[in-house]
Design a protein around this ligand. Structure first.
Ligand SMILES: C[S@@+](CC[C@H](N)C(=O)[O-])C[C@H]1O[C@@H](n2cnc3c(N)ncnc32)[C@H](O)[C@@H]1O
Length: 240
C-alpha cells in the first residue's frame, strides 16, 4: 500500500480562493491535519478547510517564531502524521495557507515524515499565493513583457530587499511585519515608494490594503502582511 502525504494549498484566507482539486483531496483523505502556529497563522488554514469540509481535522502545533522550539515542533508534528499511517491511514492531507511550495511549513513536515515513513509519497496541490491575492485585490499587474519578479522573505534581511529593488522590476516581500518601517525606508531610498502596495490579512475579516505612501511609519504590521513593488510602465506593451 502506497502511503501518501499531500500538501494542499488553501489560498491566503478567502474560502473562495481554494481550488476544486484542493477541496476534493481534503474531502477524500483518510486524515486531514492543519498547522497551528505561534506566528499569526494560527487557525487560518483550518478556518478555510472548515468552510468546505465537514469532518474531523487534527491540529499540529508549529513554533516557527521560536527557533529553540522549532525542531522539536517539527519532530512532534512528523510523529503525529507517522502515527496516523500506523493507525491505518493511506492518505494524509495537510492544509497550508497560500501554496504548499512557497515558504510553507509543509516542506519541513514532509522532510520530517520522509525520515519516519521511508516509503512515503509526497504530493502537493497548488494554492493561490498571498502575492497573487494582493495583486488581484489591489488591481496591480504583477509582471508583463520582459519584466522580472523577485519574491523574498524579510527574514533574509533588508539588504536583500535593497539589492532586489536595484535589480528586479517587480519585488514582493513576505514576512516583513515587524520590519515594516525599515522595509518602507528601503523602498523609499530606491525611489519606488509611489509604486508600492501593502496588504495585510488578505482575504480575512481584518484585511487592510493600501498604497505604501499611505502607511504611517509607526505602523506595526501583522505577520500576515505583504509588500508589492512594481515598475513604472509607460503604456500598452511598453515592457515587451
Ligand atoms: C510562511 S509564509 C507563507 C506563504 C504562503 N505559503 C503563500 O504561498 O503565500 C507567510 C507569509 O506569507 C504572506 N502571507 C500569507 N498569507 C497572507 C495573507 N492572508 N495576507 C497577507 N500576507 C500573507 C506574509 O508575507 C506572511 O509573512
Amino acid at each position: 500500500m502506497t502511503r501518501v502525504l499531500v500538501g494542499v494549498g488553501v489560498g491566503p484566507g478567502d474560502p473562495e480562493l481554494v481550488t476544486v482539486k484542493g477541496i476534493r483531496v481534503l474531502r477524500e483523505a483518510d486524515v486531514v491535519v492543519v498547522p497551528v502556529a505561534d506566528t499569526g497563522e494560527q487557525g487560518r488554514a483550518e478556518r478555510v478547510v472548515r468552510v468546505h469540509v465537514d469532518r474531523e481535522v487534527r491540529r499540529l502545533v508549529f513554533a516557527l517564531a521560536d527557533e529553540a522550539r522549532r525542531d522539536q515542533a517539527w519532530d512532534t508534528a512528523g510523529a503525529a502524521v507517522a502515527a496516523a499511517y500506523g493507525e491505518g491511514a493511506r492518505d494524509v492531507a495537510f492544509a497550508t495557507l497560500g501554496d504548499p511550495n512557497v515558504y510553507s511549513t509543509f516542506t519541513y513536515l514532509a522532510d520530517t515524515v520522509r525520515g519516519l515513513v521511508p516509503d512515503i509519497e509526497v504530493r502537493t496541490v497548488p494554492g493561490i499565493t498571498a502575492m497573487q491575492a494582493l495583486a488581484a485585490t489591489s488591481g496591480t499587474v504583477l509582471v508583463e513583457g520582459r519584466e522580472s519578479l523577485a519574491l523574498m522573505p524579510l527574514t533574509a534581511g533588508v539588504d536583500t530587499l535593497r539589492r532586489a529593488l536595484d535589480v528586479h522590476d517587480t519585488v514582493v516581500a513576505y514576512k516583513g511585519g515587524r520590519m515594516l518601517a525599515r522595509m518602507l525606508a528601503a523602498v523609499r531610498d530606491a525611489g519606488r515608494l509611489a509604486d508600492a502596495v501593502y496588504g495585510a490579512a488578505l482575504g480575512l475579516p481584518d484585511e487592510d490594503i493600501r498604497a505604501a505612501t499611505d502607511i504611517d511609519t509607526g505602523t506595526i504590521a501583522p505577520y500576515l502582511s505583504t509588500l508589492l513593488v512594481t515598475p513604472r510602465r509607460s503604456g500598452r506593451g511598453s515592457r515587451l
